[in-house]
Design a protein around this ligand. Structure first.
Ligand SMILES: [Zn+2]
Ligand SMILES: [Zn+2]
Length: 210
């Protein structure tokens, strides 16, 4: 593993700024990799990381581990929690690393000479011991075939929209195969459909789209 300072410089370059999340994310990733016995994460083929938030620290975890969404080695779960699980697929060892909420309150004790909230956290998170920053929990998780890196497992066409769906993300309903957007409703509304709609749901107004 490269030194903390080297990793932090790299994380800041990718993320775009130095923030408490970069320091925490680098430390989370180092702690997680060590806990599951992955020495050189960017060289390893066996590491999978599950992140639970789409905020600053996630970019640092990506930098340190080299895990990426597009390689299917980084998984994103929208839990809104500053936590990540590190899985060594060779040994099956997995550890969830949760950032402790109370580390924020303790930060001033570790950097009493520093002014400013963010600056204090940045300085303190560099030096605080792991157990003051994180809770590490050994966990078990299986990785279904369709979630693993490698070639897609199956591809079908949605019977409603005709679009292709990879890796068993389809939904079967009354004997028909559907994509998740057609089965559960999509996060977007095609403009053509919206413009001809007689009644536009008032709740869309709060998104400032109208
Ligand atoms: Zn940031
Ligand atoms: Zn569809």
């Amino acid at each position: 593993m490269r030194s903390f300072d080297e990793l932090l410089v790299e994380a800041v370059a990718l993320h775009g700024h130095l923030c408490p999340g970069q320091v925490l994310g680098v430390r989370m990733a180092v702690a997680g990799c060590q806990a599951v016995g992955v020495e050189n994460p960017t060289q390893s083929k066996e590491l999978l990381v599950y992140v639970e938030i789409d905020r600053c620290a996630t970019d640092a975890i990506q930098t340190v581990t080299g895990c990426k969404l597009g390689k299917r080695t980084l998984k994103y779960l929208d839990y809104g929690k500053l936590a990540a699980t590190f899985l060594n697929t060779q040994t099956r060892r997995a550890v969830r690393v949760l950032a402790r909420d109370d580390s924020r309150d303790k930060a001033p004790t570790y950097a009493p000479e520093v002014r400013g909230k963010e600056e204090t956290q940045i300085a303190a998170y560099r030096v605080m011991p792991d157990d003051e920053l994180f809770v590490l929990t050994p966990v078990f998780l299986g990785v279904p075939q369709e979630d693993r890196p490698g070639h897609p497992v199956g591809r079908v066409l949605c019977s409603a929209c005709g679009e292709g769906v990879n890796d068993r993300r389809e939904v079967w309903r009354d004997g028909r195969v559907l994509c998740r957007a057609c089965a559960h409703g999509a996060y977007y509304t095609p403009l053509a459909v919206r413009e001809i709609a007689e009644a536009i749901p008032p709740e869309l107004e709060r998104f400032g789209q109208l």
